[in-house]
Ligand binder design. Structure first.
Ligand SMILES: [Ca+2]
Ligand SMILES: [Ca+2]
Length: 349
């Protein structure tokens, strides 16, 4: 083999290898900068072994009404979330302040939720708390990290100040990410819970049977993170309240099991004019009971509710059970367009 050929091969090889060499050198250098960890100010982070601690430029001036958060993947299945601080929160109390705390959860497992401590009378709390979640690989692309800032109230319902929703698919889990996120108004599609009940209608006897079976993932209504649910079943005839029944109260649960049956007399001639309203309530000893969510069935209903109702009518005498997603009470009330019992004077213009 001629000498010039060997030299050509060697030079070509060197040119090809050069980018790899630069890459290796760069990687080695960046690993020699552990000081970046300290700036994040979360000592537990230093336990991470696989994470590359490179983070994008972090703005020092926070945008108004925002939450500073930190995400970090400890292992492929463990996500660490740091709730650092919030600035310029909305004042929820009469004194012009709030008593903020943050609830953190993943939508893939709403039962596992963490809470920070409550910070009294401040709009700029510094939380500096971190929480670890287990995230099965299959759920990473589907799951969203939710951080909700609430205002604590000793004797009343806690009000939501705002929330940050971070789809995990949009997060670079290979790096420590520290960022300011704008607090959005809580989304309208807040998850209120689901309820399972069965319907049965016997046209010959005019008996409508509603069996309330169970509910799950109900919204937390009490400060201890649970609710005391019970279910009301209302019958509406020609847009006026007609009959009502209710279940017993199940204390301190978000997944109550009722298995309570109610039978109503609804003549076949009236079944087209009836709406069945199912509402889940939170019982409170001290304050007024509060509705968690509602839905209604009948010929005027839509979607899943209409399907359940028409299945019941087309399968007389057969009980049909189905799960339904609860809707906001005011939305359902508006759709029902109930006529008031009282005759109020018309507004004069
Ligand atoms: Ca408060
Ligand atoms: Ca309660």
């Amino acid at each position: 083999v001629p000498k010039w050929a060997l030299i050509t091969v060697a030079v070509a090889g060197a040119i090809l290898l050069l980018p790899f060499l630069i890459c290796i050198v760069k990687c080695c250098c960046s690993k020699k900068k552990p000081k970046k960890k300290e700036r994040i100010g979360l000592c537990a982070v230093s336990n991470s072994t696989t994470t590359n601690l490179v983070r994008p430029a972090f703005p020092s001036i926070p945008p108004p009404s925002s939450l500073r958060i930190l995400t970090l993947c400890l292992t492929p299945l463990q996500l660490k979330v740091g709730v650092k601080q919030a600035v310029e929160l909305k004042a929820m109390d009469s004194g012009g302040t709030s008593d903020p705390y943050v609830i953190v959860y993943l939508t893939s497992d709403v039962r596992k939720r963490y809470e920070t401590k409550v910070y009294r009378k401040t709009l700029n709390p510094i939380f500096n708390e971190s929480f670890t979640f287990q995230v099965p690989q299959a759920e990473v692309s589907e799951s969203t990290l939710v951080m909700q800032v609430y205002d604590f109230n000793r004797f009343a319902k806690h009000d939501i100040i705002g929330e940050v929703r971070l789809p995990l698919a949009s997060v670079n889990l290979q790096h420590v990410i520290e960022q300011w996120s704008d607090l959005a108004v809580s989304s309208k599609e807040e998850h209120l819970g689901e309820i399972c009940f069965s319907l049965r209608y016997v046209p010959s006897t005019g008996k409508l049977t509603v069996l309330i079976l169970e509910a799950r993932q109900l919204k937390r209504m009490d400060s201890d993170g649970l609710s005391d649910p019970f279910v009301k079943v209302h019958l509406i005839l020609n847009r006026k309240k007609w009959k009502k029944k209710r279940t017993s109260v199940k204390k301190n649960t978000l997944s109550p099991y009722f298995n309570e049956v109610f039978v109503f007399d609804v003549p076949f001639s009236q079944i087209q004019n009836v709406d069945v309203v199912i509402s889940v309530w939170d019982h409170d000893k001290v304050t007024k009971n509060e509705p968690i969510g509602k839905l209604f069935l009948g010929c005027r209903a839509t979607g899943n509710q209409l399907r359940h109702w028409s299945d019941m009518l087309s399968n007389p005498r057969r009980p049909l059970a189905q799960w339904h997603i609860l809707q906001p009470p005011d939305v359902v009330d508006k759709a029902l367009g109930l006529k008031s019992h009282l005759k109020l004077p018309l507004h004069s213009r």
